[in-house]
Design a binder for this molecule. Structure first.
Ligand SMILES: NC(=O)c1ccc[n+]([C@@H]2O[C@H](COP(=O)([O-])OP(=O)(O)OC[C@H]3O[C@@H](n4cnc5c(N)ncnc54)[C@H](O)[C@@H]3O)[C@@H](O)[C@H]2O)c1
Length: 322
């Protein structure tokens, strides 16, 4: 049996994650003793969100029509013994607000949640979604590592998967081609204004972008960087696509696919980054979480942008005490 808990499940992103995870958790399985076991999702949030989550749990079960068990709780202890924990708790970004402005409020919330993970689910893989993403992923790592020496491989931030989905879509738009024709749309760096949409990895119908088409690609990159803001400026926020992105990562862990996904992970001198921080890098995700940081062939200019993003993140990290 697999147990996945979503902390912040009463919110928009959290509930969207639950819906998409429920889809992939599937049907009853027989265990070694030939008993039927159900995969379980725990929806965890604060007491004010409990009834809302109870209703959502019913609606999601009706939507997915499989044997997954979904329950709601306002007690983080009910996330105990999870295989995977998704953290979406926190405040969303309002119109005109930068992710960095959310920093202090969300760091305090995330730290308490990480302390509970150390107590109740010490072996869980943790997927962080709350913003500012790279900083919150570091807060989770720093807290868990201090308490239980948890490996950084088990803590993964979701930002790059979403940004890369958007990049691929915008590339198809500007080149007026089908999504299937676009591959290698990868966004690294910060999940925020310092994101680095890669140029050298993009292929259109398996071919590199021609020199004369670089302007168009640049347009897609700009649209990608401001995609979150575009949604926020309408008074909305992204939650459908983030839920899909989280489910992609969970699928890679559960099925041990070892596929390369751009995720926020602890850098280990990769891409010339100095110091200890979480940043978007291409990683192979499998049953152990981060199996390997992939070294892609990228241009010197892209490498410099990633290094600069890392320096900016270091400055942001210096603003908080964990
Ligand atoms: N990484 C990404 O790509 C990405 C994309 C979209 C949103 N986000 C971020 O995800 C987070 C959630 O966004 P949202 O739109 O769902 O916000 P939301 O306000 O709808 O949901 C947040 C939920 O967290 C809950 N919460 C607050 N403190 C909690 C605690 N201590 N324990 C448990 N639950 C708690 C709230 O009650 C609420 O239900 C934000 O930080 C947002 O910026 C990240």
């Amino acid at each position: 049996m697999v147990k996945i808990s979503v902390i912040g499940a009463g919110g928009r992103v959290g509930s969207s994650c639950v819906r998409n995870i429920a889809e992939i958790l599937g049907n009853k399985r027989k265990n070694k003793r030939n008993e039927n076991t159900k995969n379980t999702i725990a929806m965890i949030d604060i007491p004010q969100a409990l009834n809302l989550m109870k209703g959502m749990a019913i609606d999601i079960k009706d939507a997915v029509m499989n044997d997954v068990e979904i329950f709601a709780s306002d007690n983080r202890k009910d996330a105990a013994d999870s295989d995977i924990i998704v953290i979406t708790a926190g405040k969303p970004r309002g119109p005109g607000m930068t992710r960095e402005q959310l920093l202090s409020e969300n760091a305090a919330i995330i730290k308490v949640i990480a302390e509970d993970i150390a107590k109740f689910s010490p072996d869980a893989k943790v997927i962080v979604v709350s913003n500012p993403l790279d900083v919150m992923s570091y807060v989770v790592y720093e807290t868990l590592h201090k308490i239980s020496n948890k490996s950084s491989k088990e803590i993964i931030g979701m930002g790059g998967v979403l940004d890369s989905m958007r990049y691929r879509k915008f590339i198809a738009d500007v080149f007026n081609c089908g999504l299937k024709d676009v591959s290698g749309a990868i966004v690294l760096g910060i999940h925020g204004e310092g994101m680095v949409p890669m140029e050298s990895t993009v292929r259109l119908k398996r071919l590199k972008i021609k020199e004369g088409d670089k302007e168009k690609l640049n347009e897609a990159a700009k649209k990608t960087t401001s995609a979150g803001k575009t949604i926020a400026d309408f008074g909305a926020s992204a939650y459908f696509a983030p839920g899909v992105a989280v489910a992609k990562m969970i699928n890679a862990i559960m099925k041990d696919t070892n596929e390369i996904l751009p995720c926020s992970v602890l850098s280990n001198g990769n891409y010339g980054i100095n110091g200890e921080l979480f940043i978007g890098l291409p990683v192979r995700i499998g049953k152990n979480g981060v199996e390997k940081i992939a070294e892609l062939k990228i241009s010197d200019e892209e490498r410099t942008k990633i290094k600069k993003a890392a320096e900016n993140l270091k400055n942001t990290l210096a603003q908080i005490k964990i």
